[in-house]
Ligand binder design. Sequence first.
Ligand code: DGY
Length: 326
Amino acid sequence: MKPRILVSRLVFPEAIERLAEHFEVDYHQEDAPLPPAQLAARLADKQGALTLISDRIDASALAAAPGLKAVCNVAVGYNNLDIEALSRAGIMATNTPGVLDDTTADTAWALLLASARRIVAADKWVRAGQWQGWKFHDDWLGDDVHHATLGILGMGRIGQAVARRAAGFDMRVTYHNRNRLAEAEEAACRAEWVDKETLLRQADFLVLMLPYSPATHHAIGAAELALMKPTAHLINVARGGIVDDAALIEALQHKRIGGAGLDVFENEPALDPRYFALDNVVLTPHIGSSSRATRLKMALLAADNLIAALSGRRPPNLLNPQAFAG
Ligand code: DGY
């Protein structure tokens, strides 16, 4: 008998086909999360699960699933997984690093350029028929990206991909990370390490690339925003909760910073409605990794992790190896 797995949400047929070669697949074929009680009920008789960031997998979700051996997230971020609870239960957890770095870096740049040059507000204005004729000193004077200073907070793979793209804009690249990069990596990104305060004070464009955890909760709040230049733009494609949205809204309302490009929010998708009234912020619906090719790669990588885990092999992207040492 094949092991039983749950795929908690609509993915791609290619991933389901791959999984079906190895498993009996219970597929929740809708692009909406299962309510927690239904998720727990459908996990109860499973050995594995392919989960999305909208599934909270914690001790209560696991309580009724004694046979579960692996939970494989289709995402690089895994703050929806309680890794301690999974480890305590002897369940492997995996994510999908690597395959989405370039796509997410592209999204950061799309938001950065859109915010700098007010592309979205200008588009709305043209569509509303408000353009009466070309002006030299128009209402759309934006901020230059070329030769500006890029600051990256969190310099993992995606942060480095963002940094490498700055070369084409002749930017100075600064970064802050708990661990400094090796010299060769810094050279490849043309990036210089600075302390967090210097990063905030000097950046014309501040890109957040931190994972979300209690330690990074509100890493950017009122105090940090107050350090930024009044012309600086804040870009977040990492996770909601890293930025204190109330503090950012206040800063944008009073034009204390130049603008923001945001793909992630606290309490998604019910973001603070005060954002909607602001024309100095660009808002996108958590689409950082959302290209067709990349989302497919993510689903296939998660499937490969699950196949490895339930075949007694070490999955390529195991997040809790310490729980299985020895
Ligand atoms: C990730 O991979 O963490 C993204 O936020 C979900 O696509």
